[in-house]
Design a protein around this ligand. Structure first.
Ligand code: HEC
Ligand code: CU
Length: 410
């Protein structure tokens, strides 16, 4: 496709301000766009003026026989004052417009809703005030949200193009940024600081929800983690800790930076030093806490140790999840947890909630809640990677799996 055939399309985009940048979706985006377009149009004006005058002069004052060359004037105070004062006023205005917008972006409103962000090679974790963690950023519409951010390894940078927000995450140091999205919607969040081989897969989705829907999602998501089986908790951890950006868990064993983990339990693996081992709980534990002790043949030592980042229970949950990566494995884990939950609830308050638990048990509750659906569709994903093995989906699963999917498999 050539520029010419695309021109009408490009012009149409320019009309709604989405030619140079995506449509603005935060309260501070306007100031950024204003400063950008101010500079853009000033540059365009002078570019056209200079090129036009140049062409005119080239023709008008070209060398011709019989016309004597006149000396150029050496000095003109009026001219020099003009071409100093006018540009000075222009750049002062550019500074003013950029600086006021910048001040607003750097001044976090007092009542901002605080969400913690952790970046690591190659994924994001968003931690909400109630302790729930998710790989995608959910936030209420029409409320200022502050991100308190840290990195676990190298410098990353959080960028939400639609919000015109960009801020580095630096190891050993907290940074913060804030924004407010007036309307519900879905936006891309990317890492914009080259941080390693998986950098381009370091993606997340910003889901802006009506405030009541957001709070319901958060309460539900946090509840899910309580009643889950170890394998289910492991599944959440697997996404939230970024394992999914390097390891596939689908039955097709698709290739990523690290080895696929579907069906590995019980296999015998060869290592680069010539040794081999059967994949059992101890091998998995070592692989997570001391990954460089044994390097799988055909792979490189690209995994960082999770020593100190995961507690014992979390390592165990991850091991249980990897063990469950076999046909029917996750269904069994879910059924066990659901039965447990139903039993506990029966004891506590009759059978008020068993319907819910049964729905879990059947493993056919792909549409257990409308928000889960909304999220799945809003991400444009159908939980293939993460959920292929589970055959069932809950709200936090969807969140987790869609982030896993958001990262290209190849
Ligand atoms: C930056 C990419 C990356 C991340 C993130 C990552 N891994 Fe790995 N992992 C690898 C690579 C590469 C290997 C193969 C080299 C080796 O054996 O150390 C590997 C090996 C493994 C193995 C051994 C696999 C086998 O086939 O023998 C297990 C198990 C494992 N990782 C689990 C995890 C878990 C669980 C997490 C999250 C807590 C995780 N990994 C995070 C890249 C990664
Ligand atoms: Cu990064």
């Amino acid at each position: 496709m050539s520029l010419l055939t695309n021109l009408p399309l490009l012009l149409a985009q320019q009309r709604d301000n989405s030619f140079w940048m995506p449509p603005p979706a935060s309260t501070s985006a306007g100031a950024v766009d204003d400063a950008f377009y101010l500079i853009y149009y000033i540059s365009l004006f002078f570019f056209l003026l200079i090129v036009a005058l140049m062409l005119v002069f080239v023709v008008l004052y070209r060398r011709r026989p019989g016309i004597e060359q006149k000396k150029a004037p050496a000095h003109s105070t009026a001219l020099e004052v003009t071409w100093t004062i006018i540009p000075l006023l222009v750049v002062i205005y550019i500074f003013y417009s950029g600086f006021t917008g910048y001040l607003e972006m750097r001044t976090v409103p007092r009542d901002a809703y605080e969400i913690q962000v952790t970046a690591r090679q190659y994924n994001w974790t968003f931690t909400y005030p109630n302790g729930y963690e998710s790989p995608n950023l959910h936030m209420p519409a029409g409320e200022p949200v502050m991100l308190l951010m840290k990195s676990e390894d190298v410098i990353h940078s959080l960028w939400v193009p639609d919000f015109r927000v960009k801020m580095d995450l630096v190891p050993g140091h907290y940074t913060r940024t804030w924004f407010e999205a007036p309307e519900p919607g879905v936006h891309d969040l990317v890492c914009t600081e080259y941080c390693g081989t998986g950098h381009s897969a370091m993606l997340a989705t910003v889901v802006v929800q009506p405030p009541s829907e957001f709070r319901a999602w958060l309460a539900d998501a946090a509840k899910f983690a309580e009643g889950a089986s170890p394998a289910e908790r492991g599944q959440l951890l697997f996404r939230n800790q970024g394992c999914a950006s390097c390891h596939s868990v689908d039955e097709a064993r698709s290739a990523k930076v690290g080895p696929p983990l579907w069906g590995v339990f019980g296999e015998t693996h060869q290592f680069t030093d010539g040794g081999s081992a059967v994949v059992d709980e101890n091998y998995l534990r070592e692989s997570i806490l001391n990954p460089n002790a044994k390097i799988r043949e055909g792979y490189r030592a690209q995994m960082n140790s999770y020593q100190g980042l995961l507690d014992d229970q979390q390592v165990m949950d991850l091991i249980q999840y990897i063990k469950a990566l076999r046909p029917g494995g996750m269904e069994e884990a879910k059924a066990a947890a659901a039965a447990e939950k139903a039993g506990a609830e029966d004891e506590a308050n009759g059978d008020a909630d068993t319907g819910d638990a049964n729905a879990d048990q059947t493993g056919a509750d792909g549409s257990e809640s409308t928000q889960a659906d909304a999220e799945q569709t809003s991400n444009g994903q159908t939980g293939t990677g993460g959920d292929a093995g589970t055959g069932s989906s809950d709200r936090p699963d969807n969140d987790a799996s869609s982030s896993g999917d958001a990262q290209p498999d190849s």
